[in-house]
Design a protein around this ligand. Structure first.
Ligand SMILES: NC(=O)C1=CN([C@@H]2O[C@H](COP(=O)(O)OP(=O)(O)OC[C@H]3O[C@@H](n4cnc5c(N)ncnc54)[C@H](O)[C@@H]3O)[C@@H](O)[C@H]2O)C=CC1
Ligand SMILES: O=C(O)/C=C/C=C(\O)C(=O)O
Length: 479
């Protein structure tokens, strides 16, 4: 089956008729092809978006809201089909796609469909000067949304929904590794009555299609989620063109466990925060620091739970861990396991590729726990983005804070403790955009989402996203 570009409400082949193979990670087979769109395709998408902008930016908030909520309902109505497509394209367990990815994609549209009706601008009375200022929040125009492969429809819609709600028209590119649900979204948008050209989806490689989007002179804002190196490249290209930029990048998130925590909750959640989605979530807690007094107990209990996880075909109900997203990614993760061994790390469990019966060419890897001798080893400093975590003990708050803040990343941190003073003090000092205390990845879509340092620039979510996708203009009236 060939995936096509979605431009001006129609499905089109790429102008230069160049295609890329799309692999099913669970069996390593090519199962579809996608366009490797060129500058010409991006230009067609841009022109279609530009024509639609005049009308869409003037469409009432109620009408925009109605359409976005309709899209949300149609995503829900297509739950099974979308979850199957996501699981096949990405390798994630179908149970996860059904419970998390697709419902959250629907929530993204519903949330921003509602949020835009509550979004208000400010006014400032200049007392004593007989003047009033009011600030308009105007749609930007045509914006670019570029998303990664780990949470394909979830992150694609997390960008598109606020962009559309704010009255922009969009040229969007999903990851070339997981294009299928973005393709299906085009059909849903047509059925929901989204006017032609408001959303345009171009498929292809980052270096061709993505590059054409970020270099386009008239695409005025770029919202990107993906690797830090790619984010830095996008900034180098787009910042001198004065584009607005939202960059949500990698992480090397600490999971800090104190002896006074609720142990059972902590243990269960830590297995999830380590290995959910095969560890391929930028928020996964890939560095586990445990207070020395419970370190040996934690090590034994954690390893036992990890060994019990079921690695298998994504379509099977009892699969906890599916396939990694691609062969090159599997190789990258395996290289890090070798690096850990070379650096003196001890593999407590996992570390090997798995041959799943009947799917021997799939990209399966055992969930891996590595005990590291020091915090400054490469596996504790660099993003692996797979089912691999490190563990090590700590003695004091000061020591663990120092280790957690020493990495170049600063996305999220999880703290397990029942000590209120410690919670407040550490939350203040952790260099991260998001801190979870006694939980992980509990999401409220109104909250600011994003990181500091090499984890990115800007915040997504709630009104932050609507602010990003609008341009403020202050009007000062003297009376
Ligand atoms: N959410 C996250 O934090 C993610 C982090 N990563 C990290 O990045 C590493 C590399 O993974 P990749 O798949 O290569 O991610 P990537 O960052 O290269 O890809 C993300 C998106 O950016 C696009 N892209 C790539 N080059 C571009 C360019 N020059 N201009 C515009 N768009 C471009 C891709 O086509 C894709 O749609 C992973 O191993 C992982 O460590 C990857 C995906 C998601
Ligand atoms: O918005 C969320 O709930 C999760 C976002 C996750 C990422 O951005 C990621 O893994 O890249």
């Amino acid at each position: 089956m060939n995936i096509k570009n979605y431009i001006n409400g129609e499905f089109k082949n790429p102008v230069n008729n160049t295609w890329i193979d799309n692999y099913n990670p669970s069996d390593g087979m090519i199962y579809s092809q996608i366009p490797n769109s060129s500058r010409e395709d991006v230009e067609l998408a841009y022109c279609s978006a530009k024509s639609a902008f005049k009308q869409w930016s003037k469409t009432t908030l109620e009408e925009r809201s109605r359409i976005l909520i309709k899209i949300s309902e149609l995503i829900e109505a297509n739950l099974e089909r979308l979850a199957e497509a996501e699981s096949k394209d990405n390798g994630k367990p179908i149970s996860l796609a059904k419970a998390v990815d697709i419902p959250r994609s629907a929530s993204n549209f519903r949330f921003f469909g509602n949020a835009i009706t509550q979004f208000a601008s400010e006014s400032h009375e200049s007392v004593g000067q007989d003047a009033i200022n009011y600030t308009l929040r105007q749609s930007i125009g045509v914006v670019g949304c570029i998303s990664p492969w780990n949470l394909p429809l979830y992150l694609f819609t997390w960008k598109i929904a606020p962009a559309l709600a704010a009255g922009n028209c969009v040229v969007a590119k999903p990851s070339e590794v997981t294009p299928m649900t973005a393709y299906l979204l085009g059909e849903i948008c047509n059925e929901a009555g989204l006017p032609k050209g408001v959303l345009n989806i171009v498929h292809g490689l980052g270096t061709t299609t993505g590059q054409a989007i970020i270099e386009h002179e008239d695409i005025k804002a770029i919202s990107f989620t993906g690797g830090t190196a790619t984010g830095a490249h996008i900034a180098r290209v787009a910042a001198p063109m004065f584009k607005k930029l939202s960059l949500e990048l990698g992480g090397k998130n600490p999971n800090i466990i104190f002896a006074d925590c609720n142990y059972d909750d902590m243990l269960e959640t830590t297995v999830r925060s380590s290995f959910a989605n095969q560890g391929q979530i930028c928020l996964c807690g890939s560095r586990i620091f445990v207070e020395a007094s419970i370190y040996e107990k934690f090590k034994t209990d954690f390893v036992a739970k990890v060994k019990a996880l079921n690695v298998g075909h994504p379509s099977k109900k009892d699969t906890n861990i599916g396939a990694l997203v691609s062969k090159p990614h599997l190789e990258k993760v395996k290289e890090y396991i070798q690096i850990a061994k070379d650096e003196g790390g001890k593999i407590l469990c996992g570390g090997n590729e798995i041959l799943v019966e009947g799917f021997e060419n799939g990209y399966y890897l055992e969930p891996t726990v590595i005990e590291v001798p020091t915090d400054d080893c490469r596996v504790n400093q660099e993003e692996i983005f797979g089912p691999v975590v490190t563990i090590m003990p700590f003695e004091t708050e000061a020591e663990v804070l120092d280790m957690t803040n020493k990495v170049k990343y600063g996305l999220s941190a999880t703290l397990w403790t029942n000590n209120l003073t410690r919670t407040m003090q550490m939350s203040n000092q952790l260099q991260a955009g998001i801190v979870w205390v006694n939980t992980w990845m509990m999401r409220d879509l109104r909250t600011p989402f994003g990181g500091v340092k090499a984890s990115g620039v800007g915040r997504e979510g709630g009104f932050e996203a609507l602010r990003f996708f609008t341009e403020p203009k202050n009007v000062c009236i003297k009376y």
